[in-house]
Design a protein around this ligand. Structure first.
Ligand SMILES: NC(=O)c1ccc[n+]([C@@H]2O[C@H](COP(=O)([O-])OP(=O)(O)OC[C@H]3O[C@@H](n4cnc5c(N)ncnc54)[C@H](O)[C@@H]3O)[C@@H](O)[C@H]2O)c1
Length: 278
């Protein structure tokens, strides 16, 4: 008798850097790990034609229901999470690549309710966060007192909603761009704070308003991003981690984060009606 892996049917929403990486890897290695691609959606379909077979292209996102995906992966934009997250969870497990969307308390609540109602899992990838499971454990034991995350990158690696960085120069060095709660940071830098958002989800007792974050532009960081996490527990317990994430100039996402995303996808086999950090 041969042991066969149960096959998970995967739909990918978004075909930018991460989406392309995941689609290519699913096509190359999916069968070996029990994953099969059932659709790819991108707002511009032309971008898909060279890499994706016509029958896998989903032209209208609301038609995702016809493809019978077990897991839908969003690697697109927080707006798609807002517009489709609850619908996705009504039919499939949902790996949310833009967890900064959950800084909206109403959407956060709606998604959590949908997980419970439909018995499906909302997966939050740890991305560039180191020690997410440890933060979660400290949180669940009631001993998490404070959490601070600083993300430092070369100015070309930020995508901010305002024009706060429009005047950067190559020799300016280090500049703190924003400091405050993750709830305040998510709307100004939605593409740069997913790691902080994952941390805020792990640290549920503090929440997006209680977890503090800082984003720093540093022209010295031409080869990597730096993610620092400072955890404070009870009775003087502290942890400080510093992660150097190799990244090319202009890259919003560090290269190790792509692998991390793939590892997260491998975890998405169904963990009941709840939010699950993976
Ligand atoms: N969780 C993490 O650790 C982590 C890491 C990297 C990126 N991300 C997030 O994942 C998402 C994808 O990242 P990426 O590096 O592939 O980005 P990208 O910019 O390379 O690709 C984004 C894709 O989504 C499309 N898109 C953008 N805005 C859209 C909108 N409003 N409606 C529909 N389509 C839209 C773009 O056309 C593009 O195809 C982003 O939201 C990013 O912030 C998360």
């Amino acid at each position: 008798m041969t042991d066969k892996l149960p096959v998970m049917r995967i739909g990918v929403v978004g075909f930018g850097h991460l989406g392309k990486y995941l689609v290519e890897r699913l096509q190359r290695e999916g069968a070996q790990v029990g994953l099969t691609l059932v659709f790819v959606w991108n707002r511009n379909t032309d971008k898909l034609r060279e890499s994706v077979a016509e029958e896998l292209i989903l032209h209208n996102l609301p038609d995702f229901t016809d493809r019978g995906a077990d897991v839908i992966v969003e690697v697109c934009h927080p707006k798609i999470v807002k517009d489709f997250g609850v619908q996705f969870l009504s039919k499939a497990h949902f790996l949310v690549g833009s967890p900064s969307a959950l800084s909206d308390p109403q959407l956060n609540q709606e998604l959590r309710q949908a997980t419970e109602h439909h018995g499906r899992t909302l997966y939050v990838p740890s991305g560039a966060l180191w020690g997410g499971q440890d933060i979660l454990r400290l949180n669940d034991s009631g001993s998490l007192k404070a959490l601070f995350i600083r993300m430092s990158k070369h100015p070309s690696c930020f995508r901010l909603t305002g024009d706060v960085l429009s005047d950067w120069t190559e020799d300016e060095g280090r500049r703190v761009l924003f400091s405050g709660s993750v709830a305040e940071l998510c709307p100004v830098a939605p593409n740069n704070v997913n790691t902080m958002a994952a941390a805020a989800i792990a640290a549920g007792t503090l929440g997006f308003a209680g977890v503090q974050g800082e984003i720093v532009s540093d022209t010295a960081l031409s080869d990597y991003h730096v993610v620092e996490v400072e955890v404070t527990g009870a009775n003087g317990f502290t942890v400080h981690t510093v992660r150097r994430n190799p990244a090319k100039l202009g890259a919003v996402t560090g290269s190790a984060t792509y692998n991390s995303f793939w590892s997260s996808l491998l975890v998405c086999k169904g963990h009941g009606g709840r939010v699950y950090l993976c």
